[in-house]
Design a protein around this ligand. Structure first.
Ligand SMILES: Cc1ncc(COP(=O)(O)O)c(C=O)c1O
Length: 445
């Protein structure tokens, strides 16, 4: 058999490693094996995603009850499709309001799917920089920064930010939504990493805290097949157009197994033991975080509110790089979601086994602390010079150059370590020699 993908996945599965990465179902038995035999398509009795009026609409109504929204729609094209849908809805609202500039406020740590959508729609971003104590991609967006920008730019009617971020840090959504609503701007939150935040001890979901729309990557932290996501809407001006907006970007062949897994997950959280399981898990993650703290390892909790279920260990003060952590955890049969130069990020769900948590606890307890450092080696590059809009740059004739030859040129694409998928340079910006590029990049001619 010549089956490179299938053969490697079987090999990986047989290694019996502990998954602290997506998807949230962790390949457990939660999702029934018969799901594969339910891979149907849009038929007279199976409804249609973009014209839902039967079973899909019914499940969407259940999801709407689950998240307490005016409307929740399913995506089988990941959070990326939910993000595209949100931004298109905000764009159309801005046009209906008579704004001609197509400018919107985006947090600088936006995922590249948002940047690509800006280019597709011709949106001109105004950036707000999250405040961070320990890294380029970390930090929280602050309400007062948003208020200042909205005061100076009355043509902006939409704000977009990511919360929680990859490291689990949560921005003050209640304060930000209060500012946005006072300024008649709608608030969109990329909640890719926080679908589960409605189901813990305290409801920290951004839709509950006042966001008008959220894009939620259910598959990351809930027991849903990869690609399963929702777009939540809590604004009367936007509900009517949601399917139309989604169908502009989405595949005409939505996956029924993915939608079915969302349906099963919704029932588990609405009617089953889901909320109890997610709430109870907070005890386990709290315990492991405490062990890390006692070893003087740094957690983002030190700087503010965080996702209770995400474990992010920053070892910079202990003299260990994130990459060393990755290797160390791998030796303990633990796969992290992601490790950068200073952090290891682990995604925990109730579908991790007891063995997974026992391995993790042992690994964190025994993590060797090499030396004590007292400051971060954080390099946050200066704000790049803007030459043109993302659309102008991405649609312009271009060429791909090596990192050494990129300085001084205008980026025609995002330069983006993935994960976390957050660009270090945006299309249309001049590449500064201090920007650390690791791969060739497309630039304009
Ligand atoms: C912050 C953020 N937003 C959006 C996405 C895109 O999500 P998806 O892979 O479900 O399309 C990701 C993926 O990692 C992400 O980290």
């Amino acid at each position: 058999m010549n089956t490179p993908i299938y053969s490697q996945l079987i090999k990986h599965q047989q290694e019996n490693r502990s998954s602290f990465h997506t998807p949230g179902h962790k390949c457990s038995d939660f999702l029934p094996k018969e799901l594969l035999r339910l891979d149907f398509t849009e038929l007279p009795d199976t409804d249609a995603l973009y014209e839902a009026e039967g079973i899909i609409l019914e499940t969407e109504k259940n999801l709407s009850r689950l998240f307490d929204t005016e409307r929740t729609v399913i995506s089988s094209g990941g959070c990326t499709l939910a993000i595209q849908t949100m931004i298109k809805l905000a764009f159309d609202r801005s046009v209906r309001m008579g704004h001609r500039t197509h400018r919107m406020l985006f947090a600088r740590n936006s995922h590249r799917s948002a940047v690509n959508t800006m280019a597709l729609l011709g949106i001109d971003p105004v950036w707000v920089y999250p405040k961070s104590e320990c890294g380029l991609f970390t930090g929280r967006t602050e309400a007062e920064d948003i208020e200042t920008i909205l005061n100076d730019n009355p043509d902006i009617s939409a704000v977009y930010l990511t919360s929680p971020n990859y490291y689990g840090e949560i921005s003050d959504i209640a304060a930000i939504s209060e500012v946005c609503h006072r300024k008649n701007a709608i608030l969109m939150v990329d909640n890719a990493h926080g679908s589960h935040l409605a189901f813990g001890g305290e409801n920290l979901h951004p839709i509950h805290l006042g966001a008008d729309m959220t894009a939620c990557s259910l598959h990351k932290t809930l027991p849903v097949l990869t690609g399963g996501a929702v777009c939540n809407i809590n604004h009367p001006d936007l509900v009517r157009y949601v399917k139309e907006s989604m169908s502009l970007f989405g595949s005409t062949s939505p996956s029924y197994p993915i939608m079915c897994s969302i349906d099963l997950c919704c029932d588990y959280l609405l009617n089953g033991s889901g909320k109890r399981d997610y709430t109870l898990l907070e005890e386990t993650t709290k315990h492991i975080k405490k062990i890390a703290e006692e070893k003087n390892l740094l957690l983002p909790e030190r700087f503010g509110l965080c996702d209770p279920l995400r474990i992010c260990i920053n070892t910079s003060l202990a003299g260990i790089s994130g990459k060393m952590q990755e290797q160390y955890f791998a030796e303990h049969h633990i796969d992290c979601e992601f490790c950068d130069g200073e952090n290891a990020v682990l995604i925990c769900t109730p579908f991790n086994s007891e063995e997974d948590f026992s391995r993790l606890e042992t690994a964190v307890r025994d993590l060797p602390v090499i030396a004590k450092r007292h400051s971060f080696s954080v390099h946050i590059p200066a704000v790049p010079e803007k030459i043109c809009t993302p659309r102008e740059a991405m649609l312009a004739p271009g060429e791909t150059v090596s990192p050494e030859n990129a300085a001084g040129r205008t980026a025609a694409d995002t330069a983006c370590p993935c994960p976390p998928g957050v660009p270090v340079i945006m299309p249309g910006e001049k590449i500064d020699e201090n920007i650390h590029l690791t791969q060739p990049i497309k630039v304009t001619l």
